[in-house]
Design a protein around this ligand. Structure first.
Ligand SMILES: [Cu+2]
Length: 157
């Protein structure tokens, strides 16, 4: 009887460890993080990437942050407001279970606001992403050319 209980506890323990490992390793994957190059006097920079959620649960990106060099970092989405495309600050970005969210010009993006100095093409910016499942990701976004596809108006909620 005692041996049976011990064995059961052992199996449960192994199962938990297994789940935890899968959860931590395969949950959120970031592809191709990049920042659109901008003139030296640019008030803000757009950060883009693809976020894939390999879990069976919806996940939210809650925040993005940088160690220094920017006054504030915000989550934005470009949407039509009374017929005009505007950037609207978001509380989070939804990444559906077994799905993905593409951050791209004219759509979802992370806004690096008031840079101390605008990074040059080819440079990398280190950004930390925090998700509501407790996971964090450090990414190194490369600065490169990109089309300007939307108005630079910011609508604050
Ligand atoms: Cu924006």
């Amino acid at each position: 009887m005692f041996n049976k209980i011990k064995k059961t506890i052992g199996l449960v323990f192994v199962a938990l460890i297994g789940l935890n490992t899968t959860f931590a390793m395969a949950n959120i994957v970031i592809d191709d993080p990049w920042i659109r190059s901008a003139p030296p006097n640019a008030p803000a920079l757009g950060l883009f990437m693809q976020i894939t959620n390999h879990s069976d649960y919806d996940v939210k990106l809650l925040s993005a942050s940088v160690d220094s060099g920017y006054r504030i970092v915000e989550l934005h989405r470009t949407i039509p407001v009374e017929g005009v495309m505007m950037m609207v600050k978001q509380d989070f970005m939804p990444i559906p279970a077994q799905g993905n969210l593409t951050l791209k010009p004219g759509s979802w993006h992370i806004m690096l606001i008031e840079p101390e100095s605008v990074p040059s093409e080819g440079e990398f910016v280190k950004v930390k992403l925090t998700f509501d499942n407790g996971q964090t990701k450090i990414i190194h976004a490369k600065v490169r050319k990109g089309k300007i596809m939307y108005h630079k108006k910011i609508l604050h909620q």
